[in-house]
Design a binder for this molecule. Structure first.
Ligand SMILES: *Cc1c(COP(=O)(O)O)cnc(C)c1O
Length: 481
């Protein structure tokens, strides 16, 4: 399988070439040259596979430059019950990404947050960690990952990379801005290859520092600076797997259809759902849920994509969806405009200058229903009401992001054909967001047994000024490779 840039660059790299990098040279995002089509026979054969077996079958369509036996081993090492060990009480603890029905056969949660950091990012990041290790080992190389996090991404990356010899992680977080649980998750790691830098500033300051360091080409090359951000193609590819897994779990045969409601921020998760559908998975609807930061909902309702300025981004109680620009959205638009890279380059020339684009009067927007998408948004009051409602009706506690997905899913129930199950993707467990749970339910969330007392463990973190040179000095002193 070869990869192309959404903006038309001539190079056609393979998977391992784009694994460690970020954007294509022209600033575009990588996508496979074509989406592999899954035949009815394959769907029938995949129905009975384990998660690791299914991951291998799907990823092998996209990763043709790693020998099959090695890729299979990587999948088997990644998707184990030991790694994804935080299943809800009553569920089969050996199952990876199980469906938890709220109304049997009709409406349920797809449990994606059973990994080490209790957010769905573990589903892809754990694979990324093992792929990095494999490819770096093969090439005799090392890498220094630099990232900024407001919570979930940083901890998922650290738990995926801890103890990997060829990888060091430098993770910037806003000092004092994350929840106590999120801080404890990251800062309690004692591995030598993990460095937590708490920036005395906001998340945007941390993000700006990462950009400034990455824009210093000489420094980037000298210290082999890499990224694991949400535009990484391997993360999207890994996420395709659970859409298939969910379909097999929620249906009894391959004549049936399914619908998904997806709490969305950077459009990474739902982009994987879109690709699964393009591959032939019978998905009737992809319901996109935003919070008050509704840039994506606005597009699907109006055809206008108007990225917000950082200052316009609201701080909400589903913070992992507080985005002003959806970095993976370019991948979907590429497909929507008929894979016309020239058109995408033109649209993103406007976006990169902070302007909007409007597809409302174009023929492609008229066809948007063919892609299965509908959308809606959710507010703080909606989240509280939904968390309460789900707890009272079903005795199940959900986190604020998942609540956005449930709220918008219910709103679009009429758009889901009769007899088609609707699954909401559970993107985090409530333990991570106890303040909002207390506000909604007047009680604390359940904390998995192995994570109780996490907040009392010794923490390892360096508080550092929001200063590019200070961060570079720290990397210079501690970098590997
Ligand atoms: C990252 C995240 C999201 C948003 O996912 P995208 O892939 O950016 O759309 C939603 N919920 C939680 C809990 C997250 O961590």
């Amino acid at each position: 399988m070869k990869y192309l840039s959404t903006r038309g660059h001539a190079a056609r790299p393979e998977f391992c070439d784009i694994l460690l990098g970020g954007l294509a040279p022209d600033g575009g995002l990588y996508l496979p040259e074509h989406y592999p089509q899954v035949s009815r026979e394959e769907l029938d054969a995949w129905r009975s596979l384990s998660y690791a077996g299914l991951a291998y079958e799907i990823l092998a369509r996209f990763i043709t430059d790693i020998p099959a036996a090695d890729l299979r081993t990587i999948c088997q090492q990644t998707y184990t019950a030991e790694v994804y060990r935080h299943a809800r009480t009553g569920d089969n603890t050996a199952d990876i990404a199980p469906v938890h029905w709220l109304e049997v056969g009709k409406f349920g949660l797809l449990e994606l947050s059973n990994g080490p950091t209790l957010a769905f990012k573990d589903m892809a990041m754990q694979l990324l960690g093992n792929l990095f290790e494999y490819v770096l080992e093969q090439r005799g190389e090392a890498i220094n990952i630099l990232g900024a996090t407001s919570g979930d991404t940083g901890s998922a990356a650290e738990y995926a990379m801890r103890g990997k010899r060829q990888v060091k992680v430098f993770m910037l977080s806003p000092h004092g801005k994350m929840s106590a649980f999120q801080r404890a998750q990251m800062y309690s790691l004692q591995d030598d290859n993990i460095f937590n830098l708490a920036i005395s500033g906001m998340f945007d300051d941390a993000q700006d520092i990462v950009k400034a360091v990455s824009n210093d080409a000489a420094f980037k090359a000298r210290y082999r600076i890499g990224a694991v951000n949400s535009i990484n193609w391997a993360r999207v590819a890994a996420q395709i797997v659970y859409y298939f897994k969910a379909y097999f779990a929620a249906t009894t045969n391959n004549d049936q259809q399914i619908a998904f409601s997806v709490p969305s921020g950077n459009f990474g998760n739902i982009c994987a759902g879109h690709i699964a559908r393009q591959m032939g998975l019978p998905v009737a609807r992809l319901i996109l849920a935003t919070n008050e930061n509704d840039v994506l909902d606005e597009f699907f309702r109006s055809g206008v994509y108007r990225p917000r300025k950082a200052a316009e981004t609201r701080v909400t109680s589903s913070p992992s969806m507080d985005i002003s620009k959806a970095s993976n959205f370019e991948r979907f638009i590429f497909d929507l405009v008929g894979r016309d890279a020239g058109k995408v380059a033109e649209l993103w020339a406007a976006v990169d200058q902070g302007r909007a684009f409007d597809l409302s009067t174009t023929p492609c927007f008229a066809q948007i229903a063919d892609f299965g998408f509908v959308s809606g948004n959710s507010t703080h009051a909606d989240r509280l009401a939904t968390i309460k409602n789900v707890f009272e009706r079903y005795g199940v506690m959900i986190d604020p992001h998942t609540a956005d997905g449930v709220k918008v899913g219910w709103q679009h129930a009429a758009a889901v054909p009769d007899g088609v199950p609707l699954l909401v993707l559970e993107t985090a467990l409530p333990a991570k967001f106890s303040a909002t749970i207390r506000e909604a339910l007047g009680r604390d969330p359940e904390v998995p047994a192995d994570l109780q007392g996490l907040e009392t463990l010794p923490q390892r973190v360096e508080v550092i000024a929001p200063d590019v040179e200070a961060v570079k000095r720290f990397i210079t002193a501690h970098a590997g490779g």
